[in-house]
Design a binder for this molecule. Structure first.
Ligand code: GLU
Length: 308
């Protein structure tokens, strides 16, 4: 009953927000510093768990095209563990969230990260783009010296016209194994580097009022002008009902870090391919847009320490 009322209230405001949403999206083409995050699931063929080379090629093409438009691009990519597993010929079960197998996953990531970067470099080279590897952890953000180094190096790479490819340093950290898919990491990077757009490429459409797999009345949310407590709570509920790796709770925390730092964030589905990046830049109404709301009182380090 309470939930239905909540939906009704949202329906009432939708008409007004729709126009605001579309007009705001038409300005996304002007964003200059863009962080694109791709998770392991978007890099693999779901049937086999093996790399989708066509998609990686297309991703390199899309990002190279953004670069050619004069934008600065940072790619945050997971997939190290999956590639390592593929190299070793392991079955998919190795990715099960089993604490006892953590060191095995990390070993796979150690093998896979090097291979992943090699694959990226090969495809980016086709489009005449240089890439650089950046491995980091939560500690990199929290420790002032490491944070400065991270910021300085990425700034330098961007100045050189290079596309940094960021992943968690899985060999020494396990945060993203627990949270999943580098959503948090990409928002931390966007915040530190003062990016103005963060695109989370995902295998979900975006934010719903509830888990759409278990609640037929769950309503899709195209536009979040302000991250209210009510919205943040939706994430808590959906994570509990198993939205999966890189669930909504993680994405909403990412949205909080990004938007409070003055960065727009989008969750978009790659089910029809990574051409969705160009759709976003063309102002099309895809996925969920969390509008930037720079909050001068927001302290990223404090937020990261409290949340993770
Ligand atoms: N950083 C991990 C990797 O690249 C993330 C694994 C995951 O998404 O669960 O493999």
């Amino acid at each position: 009953m309470h939930f239905c009322q909540q939906l009704f209230v949202q329906k009432e405001v939708t008409q007004k927000e729709t126009e605001e949403n579309l007009s705001y999206r038409s300005g996304l083409k002007n964003r200059k510093r863009i962080v694109v995050k791709i998770g392991s699931s978007s890099l693999l063929h779901p049937e086999t768990g093996r790399l989708d080379y066509h998609r990686i090629d297309h991703l390199a093409e899309e990002l190279a095209d953004l670069k050619n438009q004069g934008k600065e691009v940072i790619l945050v990519s997971s997939g190290a563990t999956a590639v390592g597993r593929e190299v070793l010929g392991e079955d998919r079960g190795i990715l099960a969230h089993d604490a006892g197998r953590m060191s095995r996953k990390q070993a796979c990531a150690s093998i896979g990260q090097a291979r992943l970067i090699m694959i990226y470099q090969k495809f980016f080279e086709e489009y005449n783009q240089l890439t650089g590897q950046v491995l980091m952890t939560k500690t990199t953000i929290v420790n002032p010296t490491s944070r400065e180094n991270l910021e300085g190096t990425i700034e330098e790479l961007l100045g050189l016209g290079v596309i940094p490819i960021v992943n968690e340093n899985d060999v020494v950290a396990t945060l993203e194994y627990k949270l999943g898919d580098n959503d948090s990491l990409s928002a931390m990077v966007a915040s530190i580097l003062k990016a103005d757009l963060l695109i989370l490429l995902s295998d979900v459409d975006g934010l719903y009022t509830d888990d759409p797999r278990s609640n037929l009345h769950a309503k899709f949310i195209e536009y979040v002008p302000q991250l209210t407590e009510e919205i943040m709570n939706m994430g808590k509920e959906t994570t509990g009902s198993g939205v999966g790796t890189g669930g909504m709770n993680t994405k909403l925390h990412a949205a909080r870090m990004a938007t409070a730092s003055g960065c727009d964030m989008l969750i978009v589905n790659t089910k029809n391919g990574v051409g969705v990046i160009a759709d976003v830049m063309n102002g099309e109404n895809v996925g969920t847009l969390f509008r930037a709301n720079e909050d001068p009182t927001f302290d990223l380090i404090e937020y990261v320490e409290e949340t993770y």
